[in-house]
Write a protein that binds this ligand. Structure first.
Ligand code: NDP
Ligand code: 2IT
Length: 450
């Protein structure tokens, strides 16, 4: 980057950090985008004059509230919840809810900011938002989770609606929680509308929404490989996580002929040299989804390696899909992976790679699909769920899958259009940031000073 642009990035980031003290995850997400955009904006004064980047890095509003609920022992518990309504320039606010003890306003602001650009990339009319609570679902009974969801909805229901803000799931919020939240909304609002996505099929959910993020990440990976005349088949893949995104990424990787050798949770990872084939994946899905167990039990059952307290990045692979959480893959990991011959990385999670790790991948010409492009399949099928709800129809699994594949292909093309360098190497980070920015920025320009 030219020295004057570097100085502009630093000046912009200094002002942002001053306005948002201590919000390190938010700073990190904005910096990555500012590094792509500031050289682009330098040649487009109309965006600068209208202060578009300043507007897009300031959430429209943040709603913070207390959630009071009772545990099974009758004790009163208090949590903090948020909804960050980041930007609705191109559609109603849209984004997931996260239940995790480490949830903070900074984390939700980074996620809401990323969501705005991701949703724009899908081409569907969705603004960006994120929400959640510092509630820890681990070890809670189903009745406790239900009471927490109902207590949270007593406040949240005022702020959401099919034309204002449509939440969905994220870490700790899956089909069970969406059922409790949507059921509470129905009682409070007395309106059956598509106010959530990720609903079960029985009450307005879309085919393929549970699979969409993981499948979409593998579709994006396939596009990146195809663009450099390569393929998924025959490669060894390392995946982190064992939740919604990871399990479905493993499923599609295996279907496409890769051998997936790892999965993880917050306690450690399993290394299965045999590969997590279809039969073993069915067992893992039952363990994680029905029995809510730990990956360590997989290692015991199948007699493979378990590495407590570690992450899987030192396991040699050609394909890597971080699908657990933010900042789970750092620069030392990235250097090791480059040394071990990694060919492509697709972020199933949001910002799982640190800024330095991303720079290492790019500097070594590794195909790198950033989350806002690679994991956009989830919110894409959420957008399709909204369309189906509005039309009061349900598309088949094949129909939704065809649309998902088409949209992941379009996102890949947009990244190439804005991210290809003179030597033909595609910087997917720059491509996704610029392409996602354009649509929101042009809408803001059209609206005047709002
Ligand atoms: P789940 O709750 O289903 O699974 C999360 C997985 O990540 C679990 O294996 C969990 O382990 C692990 N994990 C969570 N937090 C940590 C942590 N701090 N350290 C180590 N491991 C951790 O969530 P999802 O699969 O839905 O989400 C995973 C990622 O994908 C997140 O970054 C999310 O924002 C992103 N994403 C999700 C989408 C979706 O549609 N669900 C769409 C796009 C992105 P444990 O059980 O031990 O907590
Ligand atoms: O990060 C994400 O894109 C999600 N958690 C999915 C959001 C959604 O509204 O489906």
């Amino acid at each position: 980057m030219a020295a004057n642009n570097k100085a502009r990035v630093e000046a912009f980031m200094a002002r942002l950090a001053w306005r948002n003290p201590g919000e390190t995850e938010f700073h990190q997400a904005v910096r990555e985008v500012a590094e792509s955009l500031i050289p682009f904006l330098a040649e487009r004064p109309q965006y600068e004059t209208a202060r578009v980047l300043e507007r897009m890095t300031e959430p429209d509003r943040i709603i913070t509230f207390r959630v009071t609920w009772q545990d099974d022992a009758g004790q009163v518990r208090v949590n903090r919840a948020w909804r960050v309504q980041f930007n609705n320039a191109i559609g109603p606010y849209k984004g997931g809810l996260r239940f995790h003890p480490a949830t903070t306003q900074s984390v939700l602001k980074f996620l809401g900011f990323e969501q705005t650009l991701k949703n724009s990339l899908t081409g569907l009319p969705m603004g960006g938002a994120k929400g959640g609570a510092n509630f820890n679902p681990r070890g809670k009974s189903e009745a406790e989770v239900m009471r927490f969801c109902q207590a949270m909805m007593r406040e949240l229901h005022r702020h959401i609606g099919p034309d204002t803000d449509v939440p969905a799931g994220d870490i700790g919020v899956g089909a069970r929680e969406i059922g409790f939240l949507f059921g509470a909304y129905l009682r409070l609002a007395n309106r059956f509308t598509g106010v959530f996505t990720g609903k079960a099929l029985a009450f307005g959910g879309s085919a393929l929404r549970p699979e969409a993020t993981g499948y979409g990440a593998v579709y994006f990976l396939r596009e990146m490989l195809a663009a450099s005349r390569d393929e998924v088949a025959g490669k060894t893949a390392v995946v982190s996580g064992s939740g919604n995104v990871a399990l479905h990424a493993i499923e599609k990787l295996t279907e496409f002929g890769a051998k997936v050798v790892t999965a993880s949770d917050s306690d450690g990872f399993i290394h299965d040299a045999h590969g997590i084939d279809t039969e073993r994946l069915a067992w893992l899905k039952d363990l994680k989804q029905a029995r809510r167990g730990r990956v360590a039990e997989y290692a015991e059952h199948f007699g493979c390696e378990y590495h407590e307290g570690a992450r899987p990045w030192a396991v040699p692979c050609q394909l890597a899909l971080p699908c657990a959480t933010e900042n789970e893959l750092d620069d030392a990991d990235a250097r090791g992976m480059v040394g071990n011959g990694v060919r492509a990385v697709a972020e199933g999670a949001n910002m799982p790679c640190t800024g330095d790790a991303v720079r290492t991948f790019t500097a070594n010409r590794i195909l790198f699909g950033p989350g806002k492009a690679a994991n956009a399949g989830g919110v894409t099928v959420s957008g399709l769920e909204q369309s189906q709800n509005a039309l009061r129809i349900a598309w088949s699994r094949e129909e939704v899958d065809a649309r998902l594949q088409r949209i992941m292909g379009d996102i890949h093309e947009k990244c190439c259009a804005d991210g290809a360098g003179a030597d033909g190497f595609v910087d997917y980070v720059r491509g996704a940031n610029i392409a996602g920015f354009r649509k929101v920025a042009d809408a803001l320009l059209a609206y005047g000073a709002v």
